[in-house]
Design a protein around this ligand. Sequence first.
Ligand code: TRP
Length: 442
Amino acid sequence: MVATGAAAGLGNIWKFPYIAGENGGGAFVLVYLGCILLIGLPVFAAELVLGRMGDHNVVDSFNRIAAEAGRSSRWSAIGWIGLLAVFLILSFYGVVGGWAFAYLAASVGDLFTVGEKATPPGAIVQAFNGLTGDPVRSVAWQTLFMGGTALIVGTGVRAGIERLSRLLVPLLFVLLSLMAIYGAVATNHFGAALSFLFAPDFSRLNANSLLIALGHAFFTLGVGVGAMLTFGSYLPKRIGLVRACVAVACLDTAMALLAGLAIFPIVFASAIEPGAGPGLVFITLPIAFSGMAGGDVLGLVFFAVLAIAALTSSPSLLEPVVEFIREKAAVRRRTAAVVAAGAVWALGVVQALSFSVWSGITPFGKSIFDLSAYLATNVLLPIGGILIALFAGWVVPWCRTAGSDGIGGGKLHRLWRLCVRYVAPAGVLIVMLNGLAGGLLR
Ligand code: TRP
C-alpha cells in the first residue's frame, strides 16, 4: 500500500493527462505502457531485490552488495545519484504539492462559484498566475507541504507513512472512480475521452515524446532512484517481490488512466483544448468546473484527490535521504527528517521563486523549475534506471537473484535477467540519446 501510494501521485493526475494530450493520446499511452512493462517493471523488481539484499540505506546497500560480489565500492555511486535525484525531485514536487493544497483550500472557499455567479475563466487564470507569481504565497504553501511531509516521515515508516497510505490510497481510488463515473453518466463526452486516451495518433509521436514516455514510466512508478530500494529493505521476507511490484505497477497505471477518464470528459464538455500543458489541472479543469452544475462539489473532490495523491508520494522521496542521514549520523529519525526536509525545502524555495522573482533566469531556454523537472525526470531517472538494471543483472550473481527471496527461479527469472541485462539498458540508452538530442539541445 505504501509503494502504491508512492507511485500514485501528482505524476498520475497532474502530469500524465497533459503529456498524453500533448503527445498524441493513445499512441503515447501505448509507448508508455511498453516502457512500464519492459523497462520500469524489471527495474522496480531489481530495486526490491537489491533493497532486500543490501538491507541498508541506498549508498550502503550498493556498497555491501558490491563487496559481497567482490566488486568495486564505486558502484555505490548509484546510491549517490539516487539521493541527488530524490532531493531534486522533491524540491519541485513540493511546489506543485503546495499548489494542490492552495487549490484545495480555495475550493473549500469560493474558487468555484457555479450558476449565475460563476467564476469567469479570466479570474481562474488570474488565480493561478496570482498564486504561482506571488513569492510569499507560493513559498508559504510549499512550506506547509514540506512540513507535512517531514511530519509523516518523522513519525516513522509504520506509524507515519504506512498508516497514512492505508487510509488515503483506497480513498484516492474511490474518489477518482466517482469522478470517472460522473464523467460517464453526466457528460456526453465519455466516448470522446476514451478515444482520446486510447485511439492512437502516431503522427504526433517523435523522439522527444518517446523520452517523455520513458521518463514518465520511471517517474510514475517511483523507480530509478533507490526510493523503492529503501522500501524493499523494509519488506518482510514472506512477501513475494514479483507479486508486489506487478500489483503496484497495475494499480499505478490504473490510477493514471482513471485520472484521464475523470478529467477529459469534463474538459471536453466545456469545449476547452485538452493539451493545455501543466496548467491542465490548475486552469483548464477549474474553468470547466465553474461552468457546470455541481462543479463546486466536483472541484472540491478533485483537489482533495490531488492533495492526497501528492501527500502519499512525497514521503517516499524524503525517506531515502532520511534513512541515509539516520544511519550515517546515528541520529533519531525525527532529527533526520527535519534536517532532510529543511534542505529540500531550501532548494524548493528556489523552484517556487522561479515562477516569480527569478522567472527571468532561463538556462537552456527553460525556467529553473522546468529545467530541474526535465533533468531529474529525463536524465537522472533513466541513468539511475540503467545503472540499477546493470548492477542487478551483471554484478549480482545469478544464484542470489534466483532465490525465493529474490525473483524466484524458473522462466520468470530468466526473462527478468534478460530485461535487466540487455533490454532495459539498451532501450533506455537509445531513447535517451535520441530524445535528449531533440529535447534539451534543441
Ligand atoms: N511516482 C510519484 C508520482 O507519480 C512520484 C514519486 C514518488 C517518485 N517517489 C518517487 C518519482 C521516486 C521518482 C522517484 O507522482
